[in-house]
Design a binder for this molecule. Structure first.
Ligand code: 13P
Length: 251
């Protein structure tokens, strides 16, 4: 049985004081709901405020990106050791918004993934097809290729710290959601790719989330699917009640 991970991706939302207020609002709503892991990945400047607010609760705080170099002349970037020293265990890598707006490629996603894993972090690796690729019927090939390229040279041991978030780009922030069947099928393709690369045990164990307009209304059906081990939630993670309903759906 894989343990579900319900994770919010706040993107570029929430100041530190807003972060504190939201976490404090979510805390009582998810208290005692221990059948899944609960995580918020937050802007770097919110990390301390969010951690402070989450103290003593079942909510974990992660980051939204990490650079691949250990240190050096990379103005504006944050390294894995900076995050781990701040007590951050989880980091999102390769989100489609990074790929779309900030020139992220499978190559840089792979570099970041390896750096974070080498620092002992858990990586939420995001991948997924764009609309044209889905309409052209090449979704399976696209996600299989991204899985292979993004995990290049990641060892079987390191893979235990990798979570994959399948996020069809056409479903992100659009209100369009993959049907539960589409989500299950494509998460299954990713799982089969992991099986081909790392074997059956690794494929059985890896957590594969769905992301893309998951909300309080559609979460139950999506999370009921065999290959969907959780959600990476954008918009609905900014609303305490909606997020807590999604957590309930994973219980
Ligand atoms: P939305 O839930 O707002 O569609 O965002 C999904 C997402 O990108 C999570 O990483």
């Amino acid at each position: 049985m894989r343990r579900k991970l319900i994770a919010g991706n706040w993107k570029m939302n929430m100041t530190p004081s807003q972060a504190k207020a939201l976490i404090e609002e979510v805390k009582p709503l998810v208290a005692g709901k221990d059948n899944c892991d609960i995580l918020f990945c937050v802007p770097f400047v919110d990390i301390f405020a969010a951690q402070e607010a989450a103290k003593g609760s079942n909510i974990k705080i992660g980051a939204e990106n990490v650079h691949f170099a250990e240190k050096g002349a990379y103005t504006g970037e944050i390294s894995a050791s900076m995050l781990t020293e701040c007590g951050v265990e989880y980091v999102i890598i390769g989100h489609s918004e990074r790929r779309q707006y900030f020139g992220e490629t499978d190559e840089t996603v792979n570099l970041r993934t390896k750096a974070a894993l080498a620092a002992g972090m858990k990586v939420i690796l995001c991948l997924g097809e764009v609309k044209d690729q889905r309409l052209s019927g090449i979704t399976d090939e696209v996600v299989a290729m991204q899985t292979k390229l993004d995990l290049k040279d990641v060892t079987e041991e390191q893979l235990k710290n990798v979570i994959i978030a399948y996020e069809p780009v056409w479903a992100i922030g659009t209100g369009l959601t993959a049907t539960p069947e589409q989500a299950d099928e494509t998460c299954g393709v990713i799982r089969n790719t992991i099986k081909a690369l790392y074997g059956e045990k690794a494929a059985d164990e890896i957590i594969i989330q769905y992301g893309g307009s998951m909300n309080a209304q559609n979460a139950k059906e999506l999370l009921a699917k065999e290959n969907v081990d959780g959600g990476l939630i954008g918009g609905a993670s900014l609303k305490a009640k909606d997020f807590s309903i999604i957590v309930d759906c994973a219980q």
